[in-house]
Design a protein around this ligand. Structure first.
Ligand SMILES: [Mg+2]
Length: 392
């Protein structure tokens, strides 16, 4: 059995260009789907996949670990930069889809079978619609409360918000009060049983991250995400040690080596590896094995397209410390036209049960994808009031 081709299909979805990876084999009707979406780096990732293809064409797709080692270690530069790691991830996901199809079982059966009966999903406020999630200013606490109620009415038992504004390295009480007001409004609308998450997008400095975390402590957040830059993990550890709220991070980390440092520092309670960036399902499983020994929970980052979601769910069904699946459903109105999925999301509670279809249980509808060709992603740039550069 041989790999005969690796194709990339770009599907423009406003904030992102979804990059679907299709691996073709010499067996009739046997191919696999992966995803290598990296917002604002679409052309780079497609080029990286083309470069990696030279190592893979003619190889046996069943030797996933061997091919992963080739992709990560050969051509001298290790695959731990975000572009190449995303390319490796997209290919790795597609190889697991192929292996599941060869054996006629869902991917999670290849990894020991389901460890749970269902997976809970959570949404972004506004369902992932760009304007509602990213552009509702934390000044507008009332709007946060309304969107929280909408999420609960849509059946979600958990949701995430961007309730921390872009903040200069040191600021006074104003941004802290904005965040408190937003979380208070969301808690009031959603009630005590709904899990609320706040994503800081690493906007605060380490010290401001601690101030936000302490201010939000009384609201019992499910987790508090990326409170400061991931470059210095000791800073994340300082936030984690300052509060009892679980700190989450890891969506920008690539490879087991970066996660190991996070674990050694006891820097967080939840890791969020992105399966389309961290090295694919193969590397995510290694990271998960390490996380187990530290009793750290896993909630993969997943705001991208439908192959990424299927990969996260398949991973979750085989990973004991997986707690919840990030999901967006309203980023583009035609989201479900480009894919057929063999799982359904329960309207009440927004949970997903294991599927029986082989592999990732999805098929990308290429004729629908071709209706949304590449366009430059909507730029998201942040400047502080004095004109200096801030973090999105
Ligand atoms: Mg995040």
């Amino acid at each position: 059995m041989k790999i005969t081709g690796i194709e990339t299909l770009v599907c423009h979805a406003r904030m992102r260009n979804w990059v679907f990876v299709k691996i073709l084999t010499d067996q009739d009707g046997l191919w696999g789907w992966g995803e290598a979406t990296l917002e604002w780096h679409t052309r780079s990732v497609i080029g990286a996949i083309e470069d990696l293809s030279t190592l893979l064409i003619g190889e046996d797709p069943r030797r996933i670990e061997h091919l992963w080692q080739i992709m990560y270690r050969q051509h001298f530069w290790h695959g731990n930069g975000i572009v190449r790691a995303t390319a490796i991830s997209g290919i790795d996901i597609a190889l697991w889809d192929i292996l599941g199809k060869i054996h006629g079982v869902p991917c999670f059966e290849l990894w020991g079978g389901p460890v749970r009966d269902y997976i809970r999903t959570y949404c972004h406020l506004g369902g992932g619609k760009m304007e509602l999630f990213y552009e509702t200013h934390p000044k507008d606490a009332k709007r946060f409360g309304e969107l929280a109620l909408q999420a609960v009415e849509d059946g979600f038992t958990a949701f995430k918000s961007m309730a921390v504004p872009p903040t200069m390295p040191i600021e006074g009480l104003t941004p802290i009060h904005y965040a408190e007001a937003c979380v208070s409004a969301m808690r009031e609308s959603a009630g005590p049983e709904i899990d609320i998450m706040v994503d800081c997008h690493a906007r605060p400095s380490p010290r401001m991250g601690i101030r936000f975390a302490r201010a939000l402590e009384p609201y019992g957040l499910y987790f508090f995400e990326e409170p400061c830059w991931p470059e210095t993990m000791a800073d994340i550890a300082a936030v984690q040690n300052a509060v009892s709220t679980p700190i989450a991070t890891g969506e920008r980390l690539v490879s087991q080596h970066h996660f190991r440092e996070l674990f050694e520092l006891r820097a967080c309670s939840v890791i969020q590896p992105d399966i389309t960036h961290c090295g694919g399902l193969s590397e995510a499983r290694r990271i998960a094995a390490m996380a187990e020994s530290y009793r750290i929970a896993i909630a993969p980052h997943n705001p991208q397209g439908p192959v990424s979601t299927a990969a996260s769910l398949a991973f979750g069904f085989a990973t004991p410390s997986y707690i919840i699946c990030e999901a967006v459903h309203a980023d583009v109105p035609w989201r479900y036209d480009v894919v057929s999925e063999s799982y359904t999301v329960e309207k009440n509670g927004r949970t997903v049960k294991p599927w029986h279809t082989p592999g990732l249980g999805i098929e990308i509808i290429e004729s629908e994808v071709s209706k949304h060709p590449f366009e430059q992603e909507v730029l998201q740039r942040v400047f502080y009031p004095d004109g200096s550069v801030g973090d999105w």
